[in-house]
Design a binder for this molecule. Structure first.
Ligand SMILES: Nc1nc2c(ncn2[C@@H]2O[C@H](COP(=O)(O)OP(=O)(O)OP(=O)(O)O)[C@@H](O)[C@H]2O)c(=O)[nH]1
Ligand SMILES: [Mg+2]
Ligand SMILES: [Zn+2]
Length: 441
């Protein structure tokens, strides 16, 4: 910015000197004003003085964050010349009124101003183009920022700019590609920006999402219906396989590695009902420019039956898909599933302030877990699940879900193993929601 401003500043002088030379040389009458008789001497002296002025007045401040754009910087300089530097101001006034140098400067001023207006207009135009390009790129590569810690959603994370936490770093008046600070150059677009330290604008937690694009799935189901198993089954098969497009998949939180190995060892603990950070699967970019992040929001089943008072789930405001699970091998499976569903949908509608007449557009999958156990859903292909539910007394549930949601799909799976039956559900939901995550799982 300093270089750019300096160049613009001197270019402005050069252009105005040239224009004034042209005017005086070509249009000055040979007679008339006294000073025109010595126009060569006057022009040279005037120009030297004018240039000397430009040297004095050019200030390092022009490159600072307060004077990002040339013209704004220039107008500040002029004000300073007349107010703070009284001597300079007085000298300027006298010279303008009485000396040849003043007349040269007087002629130069409008040209000079015009130059800066043009420079600034060019800068603003380039800025507007850069901003819209950055916005388009961010929308397609990232879309939004979801804090892994507090679960709140923001358009952009905050960035560490030279020790100060800056919200939503992007091209602005203080820099198009980079911002110059006292200690260096901070990128405000692209991969340079992605590599900066990032924080949640809500809870200030340090985050490592690297502008990844999130896809959020909410897990819903009664206690012990298999929600946590389902999550780990999906994660386990994705982490195990190296994925397509040479992408590497792993957990955002290292504690989930521990949970996965416990799950693989046949141990799984009940989930608490209070809000807790989701299980986040990060798929490294490969040929994409940003990572893809699969947020699987899991919560203890008691949350839905209303037996425990807890906070509402923030992800209900922005989730991309919902998985509703039920365990057909338990006692009163249809009744339990229906009650759980009602507990869920009431909370969901309440949080989103939607009344019962509004049909929800997020895709939902209804999943019968424990399909490995003997029972009506054992070994049943997914296409047969809906009809089997109707036959087995889940009619209320099917009816209610299809009334509330526009897009409902049905699956049967064994969540206790990583056999791909759980992953198929999430892949289908990605497809329904048009997420490019589908091809990466
Ligand atoms: N055989 C079999 N067992 C399953 C399946 N899904 C879950 N389980 C078992 O059921 C038990 C409960 O599973 P969880 O995944 O903890 O259920 P949850 O819905 O997360 O339960 P809460 O966190 O308490 O709400 C565990 O012992 C799992 O191993 C399945 O599809 N087949
Ligand atoms: Mg659980
Ligand atoms: Zn946060």
């Amino acid at each position: 910015m300093y270089k750019l401003n300096k160049t613009a500043w001197y270019l402005g002088y050069a252009i105005s000197v040239f224009v004034v030379w042209m005017i005086v040389y070509r249009y000055c009458p040979e007679t008339g004003l006294i000073w025109t008789a010595f126009k060569w001497i006057i022009l040279i002296i005037g120009t030297i003085i004018a240039l000397a002025f430009s040297m004095i007045e050019f200030d390092e401040n022009l490159s600072s964050r307060e004077n990002p754009v040339v013209f704004l910087g220039f107008s500040r300089q002029l004000t300073a010349a007349f107010t703070e530097h009284v001597i300079t101001g007085g000298f300027l006034l006298i010279s303008v009124l009485g000396t040849p140098a003043g007349i040269v400067m007087l002629l130069m001023t409008p040209v000079f101003l015009l130059c800066f207006v043009v420079f600034d207009a060019i800068y603003m135009l380039v800025l507007a183009i850069a901003r819209s390009k950055d916005r388009r790129q961010y929308d397609s590569d990232t879309g939004r920022f979801l804090c892994p810690e507090c679960g709140r959603s923001f358009y952009r994370p905050s960035y560490d700019v030279d020790g100060t936490i800056t919200e939503g770093l992007c091209p602005s008046k203080i820099g198009i590609k980079n911002i110059e600070t006292s200690s260096g150059i901070i990128p405000c677009t692209g991969s340079g920006r992605r590599a900066l330290d990032q924080y949640c604008p809500g809870c200030s937690a340090r985050v490592y999402t690297k502008e990844g694009k999130p896809f959020v799935v909410s897990m819903v189901g009664a206690a012990s219906s298999g929600k946590s198993s389902f999550v780990l089954s999906v994660a386990g098969s994705a982490v195990g396989a190296s994925g397509k497009g040479a992408a590497a998949t792993g957990f955002y939180y290292t504690r989930d590695d521990v949970r996965l190995s416990e799950y693989r060892g046949g141990r799984i603990r009940p989930t608490p009902v209070a809000y807790q950070p989701p299980c986040i699967l990060t798929v490294e970019p490969g040929r994409l420019s940003t990572p893809r992040l699969l947020y699987m929001c899991d919560i203890g089943g008691a949350f839905f039956t209303g037996s425990v008072e807890t906070d509402l789930q923030p992800q209900y405001a922005y989730n991309d898909a919902v998985v509703f699970l039920f365990d057909p091998s338990r006692r009163d499976p249809a009744e339990t599933a229906y009650k759980t569903y009602l507990g869920f949908i009431n909370r969901y509608r309440m949080l989103n302030r939607l009344d019962a007449s509004h049909r929800l557009s997020v895709p939902i999958s209804v999943v019968a877990t424990h399909s490995d156990r003997p029972g009506p859903f054992n070994g049943l292909p997914n296409q047969g699940v809906r009809q089997r539910m109707v036959d087995e007394g889940y009619f209320n549930l099917v009816n209610a879900i299809e009334k509330d949601f526009q897009r409902v799909s049905y699956f049967a799976c064994d969540a206790s193993r990583e056999d791909g039956s759980a992953s198929a559900v999430v892949k289908h939901l990605c497809h329904e929601a048009r997420s490019d995550m589908e091809g990466l799982l």
